[in-house]
Structure formats: structure tokens, C-alpha cells
Design a binder for this molecule. Structure first.
Ligand SMILES: Cc1cc2nc3c(=O)[nH]c(=O)nc-3n(C[C@H](O)[C@H](O)[C@H](O)COP(=O)(O)OP(=O)(O)OC[C@H]3O[C@@H](n4cnc5c(N)ncnc54)[C@H](O)[C@@H]3O)c2cc1C
Length: 447
């Protein structure tokens, strides 16, 4: 497996991180993964999934491990209530996982908006979708097979090594390497998607209350176009596709025009235009927001959740208490108008239920997620720093895989179980063999 290699370069999807690992390993099974850990000597070991984190979560100049070859469906255990526990190799990409589940009449309860990530990478940073009654991907995990810093293989769940399970199911690879993930999945379902342009004020007025957008839809999100009062709203609800009242599937041509041509090809062109002539951004956003048209269609859940994202960008996302959302958006709007910052990318807003995963951004609190993006060719630091200051006022918690500048001391104040996490990490990895500069920053060098 390990052989001499030429100088290696690794970079992440968003090109915010670049490293030269001393070695790259691609173990084919868990025994080989153990040998990578025990044979690493003093070098740190990090696993990389799809490299889709904007932060340096996966980066190392030590041993960089890919589990792309440990990506199989290992076990399916049907449950009396129709759910199933499905064990998969940690490197499986969400797209392959979705297809494997669909082939067995099963599906993930909720997903984010792309399917390129590995399952282990996605849970390790708290990847989430939207839905006020649902949690992120880590809440769907019921068991893990870990390789520890001592080179042992341990199976953990809520009953066996419960604290290690809590820490490792969202732990940035800092408490153990995940070799396999057991997920609780549900019977396959269809979603009817209703996508409509709405004025921002109408969205904000309609959000709350028992009949409000957030409570009355299984999954709701909206994109607000800075420099305008316009949004695109997306409401996805479970339906029986045989019901004559539900919308038909999207035609192939319309799907291509919306998801490829408008969302990617034209969007890339408008971003290049505004990068070259920044003053045009408000006008371009007005035109883009007006050009959006409504659509309604029904499809298997994983096809509705996921859209292709080919325009490269940088992103910061914060989870905030749901009640703070309207004020936070108003503050961001005021800052953009005051500073005349040019922001061609929409601001994305999603929702999640409180959960019990120690380092989950939605831990014990009803959350709204506010994500700001900037096109790859445009500077992002001033905009994101301003948003970070606004989020600090409402005790916002940054997505672990997206850009932010918080450090361990501040994060400790935001997470009630932070100290418990650090205790598990110290016990599991006292020498910091699974550490990197990012974990040093967010957890502190000695955990
Ligand atoms: C275009 C785009 C769209 C996105 N959409 C969403 C979204 O809708 N919702 C959302 O919440 N996030 C979203 N993200 C963020 C993304 O889901 C996370 O950053 C996720 O962690 C990326 O998964 P990955 O497989 O690329 O992991 P990587 O970025 O490669 O790794 C992430 C972390 O997991 C660790 N890790 C990976 N595998 C293992 C393992 N086997 N054992 C231990 N640790 C491991 C790594 O060391 C690292 O710390 C998006 C990112 C992009 C670029």
C-alpha cells in the first residue's frame, strides 16, 4: 500500500485550502486502515471525504487517507416499524448511498442540497438540510465503527461507549477514524416541490405560527437576493405520487433549463460579469430575481433535495435561534446597503429541529440557518467578517465545514457539551495524532 510518492498537492473544492501531505493512503478495508494508523509513526493522520469543506477540516501535511475504497453497503436490518438500520462503508458518497437505498425501497429522512460528500465527511461537520421537525445527517446515525488512535477497532452506539458515539458522530475526525456508519433510514418517499418567487417581506410575514411556512411544510427554505427585496421560496412536502392531485414529474427539458442552464451556466456567466464590473451587481440581481419563474413537480425525495452546483463559491453559514432570523437578515441587508458591498450570490435560509448531538449547530435549540456565499473570483473576507459579527450578537454557531474565524474559547461558550467532547477527545487521542491546524483552532491544541 504505502509506496514512495512524488510531491503531493491536495486542495479542497472551494480552493480555500492547499496542503502537501507527506503520504496519501487509500486502504481497501478496515484492517488496512488500522495499519495506516499504527504505521504512521509521529505523523498526524486525517481522513478526507470529498474535500467539500470550505474550512481546513480535512487538511494535513501528515498522512491523508481516502476511504473511497471502503464504500459498500455492508448490512441492512429491516425494523418492525418500516424503518431500517443500514450499515455502509464510511467513504460512500451520498449520491451512491441514495441510489443504493432507493434500490432497496429506502431513503434518508432528510438531506442537504448536494450529494457529492462522503457520508463520514458529511456527518463529521454537521451537514444538514431543512425541516423544522428534522435534524441534520448526524441525527440519522445510530452506530459507528471506529479506528482509534491506539489502532483498535471499536463499535459504538448509544448503549456501547455512548460518550464516544456522541463525540464521534460529529467530531471532525478528531476522536477516531470512522470506518463504517449505521444509519436509521425510512421507507422511500416522494416529495412535491413548489418553487415560487416571493417578495422578501411576504416570506418574513408568513414564517411563524402554527400555519406558518416553517411549521406547515416538511421542508422549507428560501434564497434572498441581496440588493433586492426578492426571494425564491422552496417548499417540499411528502405526497403519494399516485394521488391525482399532485404535480407531475419535471419534464427533462424544463429540468435541464432550470437546473443546468439557469442555475449553473447562466449563473456562472452573470457571476463572471459582476466580478468584472462589480457596480452591475444590484441590476443583475434584480434581473435574475425577476427572471425566476414558479415550478411545481413531484419526484423521489433524494432527487428533490439535491441540485447540481457547478459554479464555485465560498460560503459561511451560521445556525441561529429561530426567533432571531428576521433581525439578522435586516442587519445583513443594512450592512450591504451601507457599505455598498457587491453580493451576486443569494443568501440561503433553512430550518432545523433541536437535537442532542453534542457539537451539532442545532444542539438543544430551534434553529434557522443563514448561509452567505461569494463567487470564487470575488473577495469574501469583509462580507463574511461583517456577517460573523452580526451572528455573534445572537450566539450564532458556525457550520464546522464552512468558513468562520471562531476559536475554542468562544465555541466552548456556545456549546453546553463542549467540555464533555474535549474530555472524550483527550482520552481517545491524548497525543493529538488525529489533530490538524483546524482542530487545534476550534478545540484547542491539547483538547
Ligand atoms: C457545493 C457545496 C454544497 C454544500 N451543501 C451543503 C448543505 O446543503 N448542507 C450542509 O450542511 N453543508 C453543505 N456543504 C458542506 C459539506 O456538506 C461539508 O463540508 C461536508 O463535511 C463535506 O463532506 P466531505 O465528504 O467532502 O468531507 P471533507 O470536507 O473531506 O471532510 C470533512 C471532515 O470530516 C472528516 N472526515 C471525513 N471522513 C472521515 C472519516 N471516515 N472518519 C473521520 N473523519 C472523517 C475530515 O477529516 C474533515 O474533518 C456543502 C459544500 C459544498 C462545497
Amino acid at each position: 500500500m504505502s509506496r514512495p510518492q512524488a510531491t503531493l498537492e491536495w486542495t479542497n473544492w472551494s480552493r480555500t485550502e492547499r496542503t502537501s501531505p507527506e503520504r496519501f493512503e487509500r486502504p481497501p478495508d478496515v484492517e488496512s486502515l488500522v495499519r495506516v494508523v499504527t504505521g504512521a509513526g509521529a505523523s498526524p493522520v486525517r481522513v478526507v471525504g470529498a474535500g467539500h469543506s470550505f474550512t481546513g477540516a480535512a487538511a494535513t501535511d501528515g498522512v491523508l487517507v481516502s476511504l473511497d475504497a471502503i464504500a459498500d453497503v455492508q448490512h441492512v436490518e429491516p425494523r418492525p416499524d418500516g424503518t431500517a438500520h443500514v450499515t455502509v462503508g464510511a467513504g460512500i458518497r451520498l449520491g451512491a448511498l441514495n441510489r443504493a437505498l432507493a434500490a432497496r425501497g429506502l431513503a434518508m429522512r432528510n438531506l442537504g442540497d448536494i450529494d457529492r460528500q462522503s457520508i463520514a465527511g458529511a456527518i463529521s461537520t454537521g451537514t444538514h438540510g431543512t425541516g423544522a421537525r428534522l435534524g441534520g445527517l448526524a441525527t440519522q446515525v445510530v452506530g459507528l465503527r471506529l479506528v482509534t488512535a491506539a489502532g483498535e477497532v471499536v463499535d459504538v452506539d448509544a448503549d456501547r461507549h455512548g460518550d464516544l458515539f456522541q463525540a464521534a458522530r460529529l467530531g471532525l475526525g478528531a476522536v477516531g477514524l470512522i470506518a463504517a456508519v449505521t444509519l436509521e433510514v425510512v421507507p422511500a418517499f416522494s416529495l412535491e416541490a413548489v418553487e415560487e418567487p416571493w417578495p422578501l417581506d411576504r416570506v418574513l410575514d408568513a414564517l411563524d405560527g402554527p400555519d406558518g411556512l416553517v411549521e406547515s411544510n416538511d421542508h422549507v427554505e428560501f434564497y434572498w437576493f441581496p440588493h433586492t427585496r426578492r426571494t425564491l421560496t422552496k417548499r417540499n412536502n411528502r405526497v403519494d405520487p399516485r394521488d391525482p392531485g399532485v404535480a407531475p414529474p419535471l419534464g427533462r427539458v424544463r429540468g435541464w433549463v432550470d437546473d443546468e442552464l439557469l442555475s449553473n451556466t447562466v449563473f456562472e456567466a452573470t457571476n463572471r460579469l459582476t466580478a468584472a464590473a462589480r457596480g452591475l451587481t444590484p441590476v443583475v440581481n434584480q434581473v435574475a430575481a425577476r427572471a425566476l419563474s414558479a415550478r411545481r413537480f413531484t419526484a423521489p425525495s433524494y432527487e428533490v433535495f439535491v441540485t447540481p452546483r457547478r459554479v464555485r463559491f465560498r460560503e459561511m453559514e451560521y445556525a441561529i435561534p429561530r426567533a432571531a432570523l428576521v433581525d439578522v437578515l435586516a442587519e445583513i441587508d443594512r450592512w450591504i446597503e451601507r457599505t455598498r458591498e457587491h453580493v451576486p450570490f443569494p443568501v440561503e435560509v433553512r430550518f432545523a429541529a433541536p437535537d442532542d448531538v453534542w457539537l451539532s449547530t442545532a444542539y438543544a435549540r430551534e434553529s434557522a440557518y443563514v448561509a452567505v456565499h461569494q463567487y470564487l473570483r470575488l473577495p469574501y473576507r469583509r462580507y463574511f467578517s461583517a456577517v460573523e459579527r452580526i451572528m455573534a450578537e445572537v450566539d450564532g454557531r458556525p457550520h464546522w465545514g464552512k468558513l468562520h474565524w471562531l476559536e475554542a474559547e468562544r465555541l466552548a461558550a456556545l456549546y453546553p457539551r463542549f467540555t464533555d467532547f474535549l474530555a472524550v477527545r483527550s482520552a481517545q487521542d491524548p497525543e493529538g495524532r488525529f489533530a490538524n491546524p483546524y482542530t487545534d483552532r476550534v478545540f484547542g491544541p491539547r483538547g
